[in-house]
Design a protein around this ligand. Structure first.
Ligand code: SF4
Ligand code: SF4
Length: 314
């Protein structure tokens, strides 16, 4: 077996041991197909107030501009599908935010993987990425054969659906590379039809400004009045397009202790969320991704949910 193939095999085996769902590898190169699509998306202003998306345009499309001497992009998936979901009589939180902030959990695992590579393969320079720098993670995961990008713009796999995080390790050694898989959305349009705010403006195109995830997390201003009745009881993020995707019937609960939800998050009713003090917020969401919206942001979101013409008790 050529050395590159042995190294790739070792890395994939270790990633499994560390708890990743899957691992795929691509040559670090310019993302030719994605470049015009990203440019068009930005020029249409579909990124809303997320001005950081405009920065580092070149780096976003070429990992060699991000990491000196980059040769390979190792993409990894980490399952976050929970075994228990929230009380149905409560404002909703996206499943990815139930447990400890994924940035901490995944970074640790990636650092361990890089350490393993240095121990078993030789001196390798690398950099770990979890949402933290301009890397088009879905494009790299797709290139590496980990899944296909569905019409809702998330990565999907046939065996495990789409409830997982994507992370990358960019390294300066050549490895054996994987090939993309076929897409399996076919004629399905369930995600487009179910989106409460019509944010999936056409297949594979998301207007982030209209997405409930953006409105509840990224948007710092008030939620525009025409969205108030469309919030579908979400107070942090939104899972509708993933929940309706037929491939997610294959999602299996994660085994990551750190992603377990606090009892309060699962059991609180609307009244308890409404009455939540900042002190309780800090306790329930200690080291949680929900902290991103801060106490004030979560309270704002709850305020708007109560303003829905009819508070939609499920
Ligand atoms: S996350 Fe929700 S609002 Fe955003 S595209 Fe999916 S269904 Fe629509
Ligand atoms: S709901 Fe249907 S169209 Fe949307 S991502 Fe899933 S399979 Fe593709």
């Amino acid at each position: 077996m050529p050395k590159k193939a042995i190294y790739s095999k070792l890395i994939k085996e270790e990633s499994k041991r560390l708890g990743f769902l899957s691992c795929g590898i691509s040559k670090a190169d310019f993302l030719e197909k994605e470049a015009p699509l990203l440019e068009k998306w930005l020029s249409k202003g579909m990124h809303g107030e997320m001005s950081y998306m405009e920065k580092n345009f070149d780096k976003r499309l070429d990992p060699r501009k991000l990491v000196n001497g980059a040769k390979s992009v190792i993409s990894l998936l980490l399952n976050y599908y929970p075994s228990k979901t929230q009380n149905t009589n409560a404002p909703k939180i996206s499943k990815y935010a139930y447990g400890k902030d994924y940035h901490f959990v995944i970074k640790n695992k990636l650092k361990n993987l890089l350490f393993f590579i240095n121990e078993h393969i030789g001196e390798v320079k690398g950099r770990v990425f979890v949402d933290s720098a301009p890397v088009l993670d879905k494009a790299w995961a797709q290139k590496s054969g980990l899944g296909w990008i569905g019409k809702h713009t998330n990565l999907i796999t046939k065996k495990t659906g789409s409830f997982y995080f994507i992370a990358e390790l960019i390294v300066d050694i050549p490895l054996e590379y994987d090939n993309p898989v076929n897409e399996h959305c076919g004629t399905c349009t369930k995600c487009i039809d179910a989106c409460p705010t019509s944010a999936i403006v056409s297949p594979y195109q998301l207007d982030a400004k209209k997405c409930i995830s953006y409105l509840t997390i990224e948007l710092k201003d008030n939620i525009p009045p025409h969205f108030v009745d469309k919030m579908d009881n979400w107070m942090f993020g939104c899972d509708v397009c993933q929940d309706v995707c037929p491939w997610n019937r294959y999602s299996k609960p994660h085994k990551e202790k750190e992603f377990s939800a606090k009892e309060e998050l699962i059991n609180y009713s609307m009244e308890e969320w409404e009455e939540m003090t900042e002190e309780v917020f800090n306790k329930v969401f200690k080291k949680s991704a929900v902290k991103r919206t801060k106490y004030k942001g979560l309270k704002r979101n709850i305020y708007y949910l109560k303003k829905q013409t009819k508070w939609q008790k499920p």
